[in-house]
Design a protein around this ligand. Structure first.
Ligand code: F6P
Ligand code: MN
Length: 355
Protein backbone atom coordinates (compact mmCIF):
# COMPACT_ATOMS: atom_id res chain seq x y z
CA UNK A 1 0.00 0.00 0.00
CA UNK A 2 1.09 3.56 -0.62
CA UNK A 3 -0.80 5.46 2.06
CA UNK A 4 0.38 9.05 2.08
CA UNK A 5 2.15 8.69 -1.26
CA UNK A 6 1.04 10.77 -4.17
CA UNK A 7 -0.87 9.31 -7.11
CA UNK A 8 -0.43 10.69 -10.62
CA UNK A 9 -3.97 12.15 -10.51
CA UNK A 10 -3.31 13.99 -7.25
CA UNK A 11 0.02 15.27 -8.57
CA UNK A 12 -1.67 16.60 -11.72
CA UNK A 13 -4.52 18.24 -9.81
CA UNK A 14 -2.02 19.96 -7.51
CA UNK A 15 0.39 20.98 -10.25
CA UNK A 16 -1.58 21.99 -13.31
CA UNK A 17 -5.31 22.12 -12.85
CA UNK A 18 -5.20 25.86 -12.04
CA UNK A 19 -3.36 26.98 -15.20
CA UNK A 20 -4.84 27.71 -18.67
CA UNK A 21 -6.57 24.53 -19.88
CA UNK A 22 -4.84 22.91 -16.88
CA UNK A 23 -7.79 20.72 -15.94
CA UNK A 24 -8.01 19.48 -19.54
CA UNK A 25 -4.25 18.83 -19.63
CA UNK A 26 -4.43 16.93 -16.34
CA UNK A 27 -7.30 14.83 -17.71
CA UNK A 28 -5.34 14.18 -20.92
CA UNK A 29 -2.32 12.94 -18.97
CA UNK A 30 -4.59 10.64 -16.98
CA UNK A 31 -5.78 9.30 -20.38
CA UNK A 32 -2.14 8.80 -21.44
CA UNK A 33 -1.59 6.84 -18.22
CA UNK A 34 -4.62 4.66 -19.04
CA UNK A 35 -3.18 3.80 -22.47
CA UNK A 36 0.20 3.13 -20.85
CA UNK A 37 -1.37 0.70 -18.35
CA UNK A 38 -3.03 -1.17 -21.24
CA UNK A 39 0.29 -1.38 -23.13
CA UNK A 40 2.13 -2.46 -19.96
CA UNK A 41 -0.37 -5.28 -19.51
CA UNK A 42 -0.09 -6.35 -23.17
CA UNK A 43 3.69 -6.23 -23.30
CA UNK A 44 4.00 -8.16 -20.01
CA UNK A 45 2.15 -11.07 -21.65
CA UNK A 46 5.07 -11.54 -24.04
CA UNK A 47 4.50 -14.41 -26.46
CA UNK A 48 1.49 -15.79 -24.54
CA UNK A 49 -1.11 -14.30 -26.87
CA UNK A 50 0.80 -14.91 -30.08
CA UNK A 51 1.76 -11.22 -30.30
CA UNK A 52 5.45 -11.94 -30.91
CA UNK A 53 7.45 -11.97 -34.15
CA UNK A 54 7.01 -9.44 -36.94
CA UNK A 55 4.17 -8.44 -39.25
CA UNK A 56 4.49 -8.22 -43.04
CA UNK A 57 3.80 -4.47 -42.82
CA UNK A 58 6.30 -1.63 -42.55
CA UNK A 59 5.63 1.84 -41.15
CA UNK A 60 6.30 5.13 -42.93
CA UNK A 61 9.95 4.87 -41.80
CA UNK A 62 10.33 1.56 -43.63
CA UNK A 63 10.68 -0.29 -40.31
CA UNK A 64 9.10 -3.72 -39.93
CA UNK A 65 6.11 -3.48 -37.63
CA UNK A 66 5.64 -5.77 -34.66
CA UNK A 67 2.14 -6.80 -33.50
CA UNK A 68 2.73 -4.82 -30.31
CA UNK A 69 3.64 -1.69 -32.33
CA UNK A 70 0.23 -1.83 -33.93
CA UNK A 71 -1.64 -2.74 -30.72
CA UNK A 72 0.09 0.05 -28.80
CA UNK A 73 -0.71 2.55 -31.53
CA UNK A 74 -4.36 1.52 -31.39
CA UNK A 75 -4.40 1.86 -27.59
CA UNK A 76 -3.20 5.47 -27.85
CA UNK A 77 -5.35 6.42 -30.84
CA UNK A 78 -8.55 5.03 -29.27
CA UNK A 79 -7.83 6.67 -25.93
CA UNK A 80 -7.14 10.06 -27.52
CA UNK A 81 -10.04 9.85 -29.97
CA UNK A 82 -12.58 9.04 -27.29
CA UNK A 83 -11.13 11.30 -24.62
CA UNK A 84 -12.39 14.61 -26.06
CA UNK A 85 -9.17 16.40 -25.12
CA UNK A 86 -7.19 16.48 -28.38
CA UNK A 87 -7.96 17.85 -31.84
CA UNK A 88 -5.66 15.38 -33.58
CA UNK A 89 -2.94 12.80 -33.15
CA UNK A 90 0.29 12.00 -35.00
CA UNK A 91 2.23 8.80 -34.49
CA UNK A 92 5.42 7.12 -35.61
CA UNK A 93 3.25 4.28 -36.83
CA UNK A 94 0.90 6.39 -39.00
CA UNK A 95 1.90 8.06 -42.27
CA UNK A 96 -0.26 11.14 -41.63
CA UNK A 97 -1.77 12.82 -38.57
CA UNK A 98 -5.27 11.76 -37.70
CA UNK A 99 -7.87 14.48 -36.95
CA UNK A 100 -10.53 13.78 -34.35
CA UNK A 101 -13.93 13.80 -36.10
CA UNK A 102 -17.59 13.71 -35.04
CA UNK A 103 -19.13 11.99 -33.18
CA UNK A 104 -16.01 12.47 -31.08
CA UNK A 105 -15.24 15.84 -29.55
CA UNK A 106 -12.12 17.86 -30.37
CA UNK A 107 -10.12 19.27 -27.46
CA UNK A 108 -7.48 22.01 -27.11
CA UNK A 109 -4.36 19.83 -27.61
CA UNK A 110 -2.46 17.80 -30.19
CA UNK A 111 -0.87 14.50 -29.16
CA UNK A 112 2.23 13.21 -30.94
CA UNK A 113 3.69 9.89 -29.92
CA UNK A 114 5.92 6.90 -30.53
CA UNK A 115 3.66 4.11 -29.24
CA UNK A 116 6.38 1.50 -28.76
CA UNK A 117 9.94 2.75 -28.94
CA UNK A 118 12.74 0.20 -29.22
CA UNK A 119 10.32 -2.43 -30.46
CA UNK A 120 13.07 -4.39 -32.23
CA UNK A 121 13.91 -5.44 -28.64
CA UNK A 122 10.55 -7.02 -27.82
CA UNK A 123 11.28 -10.57 -28.86
CA UNK A 124 14.48 -10.46 -26.77
CA UNK A 125 12.38 -9.41 -23.75
CA UNK A 126 14.43 -6.22 -23.40
CA UNK A 127 12.78 -3.03 -22.12
CA UNK A 128 10.68 -0.97 -24.52
CA UNK A 129 8.73 2.24 -23.98
CA UNK A 130 6.21 4.78 -25.23
CA UNK A 131 7.05 8.45 -25.80
CA UNK A 132 4.55 11.32 -26.03
CA UNK A 133 4.55 15.04 -26.70
CA UNK A 134 1.58 17.36 -26.14
CA UNK A 135 1.20 20.62 -28.06
CA UNK A 136 -1.54 23.23 -28.06
CA UNK A 137 -3.94 22.98 -31.01
CA UNK A 138 -4.60 26.10 -33.03
CA UNK A 139 -8.31 26.70 -32.36
CA UNK A 140 -11.08 24.15 -32.51
CA UNK A 141 -11.06 23.37 -36.25
CA UNK A 142 -9.67 20.24 -37.84
CA UNK A 143 -5.88 20.62 -37.49
CA UNK A 144 -3.72 20.79 -40.62
CA UNK A 145 -0.12 19.54 -40.84
CA UNK A 146 1.21 23.05 -40.16
CA UNK A 147 -0.54 23.06 -36.77
CA UNK A 148 1.69 20.17 -35.64
CA UNK A 149 4.96 21.65 -36.91
CA UNK A 150 5.82 23.58 -33.74
CA UNK A 151 9.29 23.62 -32.18
CA UNK A 152 9.81 21.53 -29.04
CA UNK A 153 9.93 24.69 -26.92
CA UNK A 154 6.15 24.94 -27.46
CA UNK A 155 5.39 21.59 -25.83
CA UNK A 156 2.97 21.89 -22.91
CA UNK A 157 3.75 18.40 -21.62
CA UNK A 158 5.93 15.45 -22.58
CA UNK A 159 6.90 12.12 -21.16
CA UNK A 160 7.57 8.46 -21.60
CA UNK A 161 6.58 5.13 -20.14
CA UNK A 162 9.23 2.46 -19.69
CA UNK A 163 8.06 -1.14 -19.65
CA UNK A 164 10.94 -2.63 -17.69
CA UNK A 165 11.11 -4.79 -14.57
CA UNK A 166 8.67 -2.17 -13.28
CA UNK A 167 6.56 0.17 -15.41
CA UNK A 168 7.45 3.80 -14.86
CA UNK A 169 5.99 6.94 -16.36
CA UNK A 170 8.18 10.04 -16.37
CA UNK A 171 6.66 13.36 -17.32
CA UNK A 172 7.04 17.10 -17.36
CA UNK A 173 4.52 19.87 -17.63
CA UNK A 174 7.30 22.47 -17.46
CA UNK A 175 7.91 22.46 -13.71
CA UNK A 176 10.55 19.78 -13.37
CA UNK A 177 10.71 16.14 -14.40
CA UNK A 178 8.86 13.64 -12.23
CA UNK A 179 8.74 9.85 -12.23
CA UNK A 180 5.83 7.60 -11.25
CA UNK A 181 5.94 3.84 -10.72
CA UNK A 182 2.95 1.66 -11.57
CA UNK A 183 1.55 -0.22 -8.60
CA UNK A 184 0.16 -3.08 -10.69
CA UNK A 185 -2.06 -4.63 -8.03
CA UNK A 186 -3.82 -1.34 -7.30
CA UNK A 187 -3.57 0.12 -10.82
CA UNK A 188 -2.19 3.51 -9.70
CA UNK A 189 0.89 5.41 -10.75
CA UNK A 190 2.66 6.59 -7.57
CA UNK A 191 5.10 9.52 -7.48
CA UNK A 192 8.40 7.79 -6.69
CA UNK A 193 10.92 10.13 -8.35
CA UNK A 194 9.96 13.79 -7.77
CA UNK A 195 12.14 16.53 -9.29
CA UNK A 196 14.68 14.30 -11.01
CA UNK A 197 18.09 15.98 -11.46
CA UNK A 198 20.68 14.75 -13.97
CA UNK A 199 24.23 15.14 -12.60
CA UNK A 200 26.12 17.75 -14.68
CA UNK A 201 29.15 15.46 -15.06
CA UNK A 202 29.32 11.83 -16.03
CA UNK A 203 31.72 9.07 -17.03
CA UNK A 204 29.16 7.02 -18.96
CA UNK A 205 28.30 7.33 -22.65
CA UNK A 206 25.83 5.59 -24.94
CA UNK A 207 26.34 5.43 -28.70
CA UNK A 208 26.05 2.73 -31.37
CA UNK A 209 29.74 2.38 -32.23
CA UNK A 210 29.01 0.13 -35.21
CA UNK A 211 28.30 3.42 -37.02
CA UNK A 212 31.72 4.86 -36.17
CA UNK A 213 32.99 5.01 -39.71
CA UNK A 214 30.02 7.21 -40.66
CA UNK A 215 30.42 9.76 -37.83
CA UNK A 216 31.60 13.35 -38.19
CA UNK A 217 35.07 14.19 -36.77
CA UNK A 218 33.81 15.99 -33.61
CA UNK A 219 31.89 12.87 -32.56
CA UNK A 220 34.84 10.58 -33.27
CA UNK A 221 37.05 12.96 -31.28
CA UNK A 222 34.73 12.91 -28.27
CA UNK A 223 34.37 9.12 -28.23
CA UNK A 224 38.10 8.57 -28.83
CA UNK A 225 38.80 10.70 -25.77
CA UNK A 226 36.31 8.72 -23.67
CA UNK A 227 37.88 5.46 -24.83
CA UNK A 228 41.38 6.73 -24.05
CA UNK A 229 40.22 6.99 -20.41
CA UNK A 230 42.82 7.70 -17.76
CA UNK A 231 45.63 7.73 -20.30
CA UNK A 232 43.89 10.33 -22.52
CA UNK A 233 43.00 14.01 -22.21
CA UNK A 234 39.96 13.29 -20.01
CA UNK A 235 42.25 11.68 -17.42
CA UNK A 236 39.53 9.32 -16.18
CA UNK A 237 37.99 6.06 -17.33
CA UNK A 238 34.59 6.00 -19.03
CA UNK A 239 31.98 3.28 -19.21
CA UNK A 240 29.72 2.50 -22.18
CA UNK A 241 26.09 1.26 -22.41
CA UNK A 242 23.88 0.66 -25.46
CA UNK A 243 20.43 -0.86 -24.97
CA UNK A 244 19.01 0.19 -28.38
CA UNK A 245 15.85 1.40 -26.60
CA UNK A 246 16.00 5.17 -26.35
CA UNK A 247 13.49 5.21 -23.50
CA UNK A 248 15.59 2.85 -21.38
CA UNK A 249 18.71 4.83 -22.23
CA UNK A 250 17.15 8.21 -21.29
CA UNK A 251 15.71 6.72 -18.11
CA UNK A 252 19.15 5.53 -17.02
CA UNK A 253 20.55 8.99 -17.71
CA UNK A 254 17.78 10.67 -15.68
CA UNK A 255 18.51 8.34 -12.79
CA UNK A 256 22.32 8.39 -12.71
CA UNK A 257 23.61 10.71 -15.43
CA UNK A 258 25.29 9.98 -18.74
CA UNK A 259 25.37 11.14 -22.33
CA UNK A 260 23.30 9.59 -25.13
CA UNK A 261 24.25 10.22 -28.75
CA UNK A 262 22.63 9.31 -32.03
CA UNK A 263 24.57 11.86 -34.06
CA UNK A 264 24.34 12.94 -37.67
CA UNK A 265 26.15 10.40 -39.81
CA UNK A 266 26.76 9.62 -43.46
CA UNK A 267 25.32 6.10 -43.37
CA UNK A 268 22.28 7.22 -45.36
CA UNK A 269 22.84 10.73 -46.74
CA UNK A 270 19.07 11.25 -47.09
CA UNK A 271 18.68 10.99 -43.29
CA UNK A 272 20.20 13.68 -41.06
CA UNK A 273 20.07 11.32 -38.06
CA UNK A 274 18.26 8.21 -36.91
CA UNK A 275 15.80 9.55 -34.37
CA UNK A 276 12.65 11.47 -35.08
CA UNK A 277 12.34 15.08 -33.93
CA UNK A 278 8.70 15.34 -33.04
CA UNK A 279 8.00 12.17 -31.05
CA UNK A 280 11.45 11.09 -29.88
CA UNK A 281 13.92 13.99 -29.69
CA UNK A 282 11.57 16.79 -28.58
CA UNK A 283 9.79 15.05 -25.70
CA UNK A 284 13.07 13.58 -24.43
CA UNK A 285 14.77 16.98 -24.71
CA UNK A 286 11.99 18.63 -22.69
CA UNK A 287 12.35 15.98 -19.95
CA UNK A 288 16.15 16.20 -19.94
CA UNK A 289 16.22 20.02 -19.82
CA UNK A 290 13.63 20.07 -17.05
CA UNK A 291 15.94 17.73 -15.11
CA UNK A 292 18.90 20.11 -15.49
CA UNK A 293 20.46 18.35 -18.48
CA UNK A 294 20.96 19.54 -22.06
CA UNK A 295 19.80 18.33 -25.47
CA UNK A 296 21.46 19.40 -28.69
CA UNK A 297 21.98 18.41 -32.30
CA UNK A 298 25.67 19.24 -31.75
CA UNK A 299 25.01 22.56 -33.49
CA UNK A 300 21.80 23.86 -31.91
CA UNK A 301 19.33 23.25 -29.11
CA UNK A 302 16.95 20.51 -30.26
CA UNK A 303 13.86 22.29 -28.90
CA UNK A 304 14.61 25.37 -31.04
CA UNK A 305 14.41 23.43 -34.31
CA UNK A 306 11.27 24.29 -36.29
CA UNK A 307 10.09 21.03 -37.88
CA UNK A 308 9.26 20.88 -41.56
CA UNK A 309 7.64 17.48 -41.48
CA UNK A 310 6.05 15.18 -38.91
CA UNK A 311 8.51 12.32 -39.39
CA UNK A 312 11.62 14.52 -39.64
CA UNK A 313 14.85 13.00 -38.31
CA UNK A 314 17.43 14.85 -36.26
CA UNK A 315 20.84 14.25 -34.64
CA UNK A 316 20.47 13.80 -30.87
CA UNK A 317 23.05 14.45 -28.17
CA UNK A 318 21.53 14.64 -24.69
CA UNK A 319 22.18 14.12 -21.00
CA UNK A 320 24.66 15.50 -18.45
CA UNK A 321 25.07 19.13 -19.40
CA UNK A 322 28.83 19.51 -19.14
CA UNK A 323 29.36 16.59 -21.53
CA UNK A 324 26.78 17.88 -24.01
CA UNK A 325 28.52 21.29 -23.87
CA UNK A 326 31.82 19.58 -24.66
CA UNK A 327 30.38 17.81 -27.70
CA UNK A 328 28.80 21.09 -28.88
CA UNK A 329 32.17 22.78 -28.48
CA UNK A 330 33.88 20.12 -30.59
CA UNK A 331 31.29 20.72 -33.32
CA UNK A 332 31.90 24.48 -33.16
CA UNK A 333 35.66 23.99 -33.43
CA UNK A 334 35.27 21.58 -36.31
CA UNK A 335 32.88 23.89 -38.18
CA UNK A 336 35.20 26.88 -37.59
CA UNK A 337 38.22 24.87 -38.72
CA UNK A 338 39.98 25.60 -35.42
CA UNK A 339 41.87 23.16 -33.35
CA UNK A 340 41.77 24.65 -29.91
CA UNK A 341 41.78 22.31 -26.96
CA UNK A 342 38.56 22.28 -24.90
CA UNK A 343 40.21 22.45 -21.50
CA UNK A 344 43.49 20.66 -21.79
CA UNK A 345 46.67 22.23 -23.14
CA UNK A 346 47.84 18.73 -23.98
CA UNK A 347 45.11 18.03 -26.44
CA UNK A 348 44.44 19.17 -29.96
CA UNK A 349 42.98 17.56 -33.03
CA UNK A 350 46.33 16.55 -34.46
CA UNK A 351 47.72 15.24 -31.23
CA UNK A 352 48.51 11.72 -30.31
CA UNK A 353 44.80 11.12 -29.76
CA UNK A 354 43.82 11.71 -33.36
CA UNK A 355 44.38 9.24 -36.17
O1 F6P B 1 13.18 4.36 -32.39
C1 F6P B 1 14.50 4.34 -32.66
C2 F6P B 1 15.34 3.40 -31.81
O2 F6P B 1 14.77 2.12 -31.68
C3 F6P B 1 15.68 3.94 -30.43
O3 F6P B 1 14.82 3.50 -29.42
C4 F6P B 1 17.08 3.44 -30.21
O4 F6P B 1 17.83 4.34 -29.43
C5 F6P B 1 17.65 3.34 -31.60
O5 F6P B 1 16.58 3.30 -32.50
C6 F6P B 1 18.48 2.10 -31.77
O6 F6P B 1 19.21 2.22 -32.91
P1 F6P B 1 20.21 1.08 -33.45
O7 F6P B 1 19.31 0.06 -34.11
O8 F6P B 1 21.10 1.78 -34.41
O9 F6P B 1 20.94 0.51 -32.28
MN1 MN C 1 11.17 4.94 -31.56
Amino acid sequence: MHLGRKTLSKFLIENISGSKDGAALAALLVDVAAAVKAIAAMSARGALDGASGSLDSTNVQGETQKPLDVLSNTAFVNTFEMGGLVAGVASEEMDDPFPVKAPHTRGPFLAIFDPLDGSSNIDGNVSVGSIFSILRANGTGEPGIEDYLQPGSKQVAAGYALYGPSTVMVLTVGNGTHGFTLDREVGNFILTHPHIQIPADTSEYAINTSNERFWEPPVTRYIDECKAGKTGPRERDFNMRWIASMVAEVHRILIRGGIFMYPRDTKDPTKPGRLRLMYEANPMSFLVEQAGGAASTGRERIMDVVPDKIHQRIPVILGSRHEVARVDHYHQQYDAGTDKPFDSPLFNERSLFRP
